[in-house]
Write a protein that binds this ligand. Structure first.
Ligand code: HEM
Length: 402
């Protein structure tokens, strides 16, 4: 777990709204009695990978079968699509077992979750984009894995593929036969298994990986979930966005099913937001920190957003990122300061949210600026999801070439 001091961890946890961060020197002690599986045991998720998927994908890679699998996957998009023909028999058998919702999935909750996503979509796109997306660059293992994998060399395409996942999750029919999310999750799970096989063969990755551990353990995936779902939920609450208890549970349920589909064991999946926040304080906050790779990735990602920000200054993007992630994270990433933009955000954003949520009748004079910010980021997501250049997720066959 990194070398953050206890004080720094607590301060950062509070700044991100993920209160109660745990001393980084303390071992994993999150009990699975608070998980979907509700079993009373403590297991370290950093020692758990994906036994059902990893050997299969490793063998497909060794036998040179992945390019043909990717081609066959082109026609496999909707949850109700039949499995494509021409796949290796063992992959077909695997998908017959895994291409389904878990027995505990609750369709009613998933439907409500989809409506909730739609209702708060613009806030979510902003938080996922400028919050979670940039936070991923200060999660050292994730930043290095992304940087040295094949996708790290072409971040525009990689970001587009990641948007595909977010777009498919946010769709109103995400978990229904017409939706795409179950298929997209399976493709992502197979992609992660490929990365586990490929990255350890990268000399550049090995040179910066101190513990030599196989990448993308269950622990790593939980960390990423907290940088996405737990972070977004916590921020929405702290901004005073109204959500019913049923909506809160439904939003969590979408992520619970999403984690299951990515191969996370049910005894690690938090059963409530309280359990998720507690797990996040063990898993996410103590490990955050800057890396040269993460700094480069953040610069590229913010550059991509500014391409479509409809004329907004880069200062607003940088400062909004600082505002949602803390100045500590902004300093780590060396995001340039724009104190005028910060002043505008500090007072203008709460007023904007209050007006939009009907908590005050007074329209702030900064309304147009923030409305444009929300629309610009939402367009970035939605264009990717609906344009003819929709970017399918493909399983990599190599690492970053340079
Ligand atoms: C690929 C989502 C966790 C590292 C992908 C892709 C998606 C995705 C949609 C396919 C798009 C692409 O190929 O770029 C997720 C989600 C996660 C998660 C939703 C957790 C909730 C992680 C973690 C790591 C990681 C924890 C590393 C520590 C990677 C890498 C690739 C990838 C290296 C492949 C990039 C490439 O070579 O093209 N992930 N991921 N992911 N993910 Fe994840």
């Amino acid at each position: 777990m990194g070398n953050l001091s206890r004080r720094r961890v607590l301060t950062l946890g509070a700044a991100l709204g993920l209160v109660g961060a745990v001393d980084p020197s303390r071992a994993w002690a999150w009990s699975s009695s608070n998980s979907i599986a509700a079993v009373d045991r403590v297991t370290d998720p950093w020692d758990v990978w994906d036994d059902a998927t990893d050997p299969l994908v490793a063998s497909l890679l060794k036998n040179g079968q992945i390019p043909a699998v990717n081609t066959a996957f082109d026609s496999w998009v909707k949850n109700s699509d039949a499995l494509p023909g021409g796949l290796p028999a063992e992959l077909t058998t695997y998908l017959q077992q895994h291409n389904a919702l878990p027995s505990w999935a609750d369709q009613k909750k998933l439907k409500l979750g989809a409506q909730f996503n739609k209702r708060l979509g613009t806030y979510m796109f902003l938080l996922y984009g400028l919050g979670s997306g940039i936070m991923s660059t200060v999660i050292p293992r994730e930043a290095r894995n992304v940087y040295y994998s094949a996708g790290g060399a072409d971040m525009k395409s990689r970001a587009a593929k990641t948007f595909t996942y977010g777009y498919d999750l946010a769709a109103i029919d995400a978990f229904e036969p017409t939706g795409h999310f179950v298929v997209t999750s399976n493709k992502t799970r197979l992609t992660h298994a490929a990365v586990r096989h490929l990255l350890p063969q990268s000399p550049a990755w090995r040179a910066v990986t101190d513990d030599g551990a196989r990448p993308i353990s269950n622990g790593d995936i939980l960390v990423t979930f907290h940088s996405l779902g737990t972070f977004v939920y916590t921020k929405l609450k702290s901004w005073g966005i109204r959500m019913s208890v049923a909506e809160e549970e439904a939003y969590l349920h979408q992520w619970q099913v999403g984690l299951h589909l990515l191969g996370v064991r049910d005894d690690f999946i938090p059963a409530s937001w309280a359990a998720a926040k507690q797990q996040s304080s063990y898993a996410l906050t103590p490990i955050m920190g800057p890396t040269p790779e993460g700094i480069k990735l953040a610069e590229i990602l913010l550059g991509l957003v500014s391409e479509v920000d409809r004329g907004l200054t880069k200062g607003i993007l940088n400062e909004f990122t600082r505002y949602v992630l803390s100045d500590k994270v902004g300093d780590w990433l060396k995001l340039p300061r724009d104190y005028a933009a910060r002043g505008l955000i500090q007072t203008g954003w709460p007023a904007f949210v209050a007006f939009k949520e009907g908590l005050t009748p007074v329209m702030p004079n900064t309304f147009a600026t923030f409305d444009q910010l929300l629309r610009g980021i939402a367009m970035l997501f939605l264009n990717n999801g609906t344009s003819p250049t929709y970017t399918p997720i493909t399983i990599p066959t190599g690492n970053r070439p340079n």
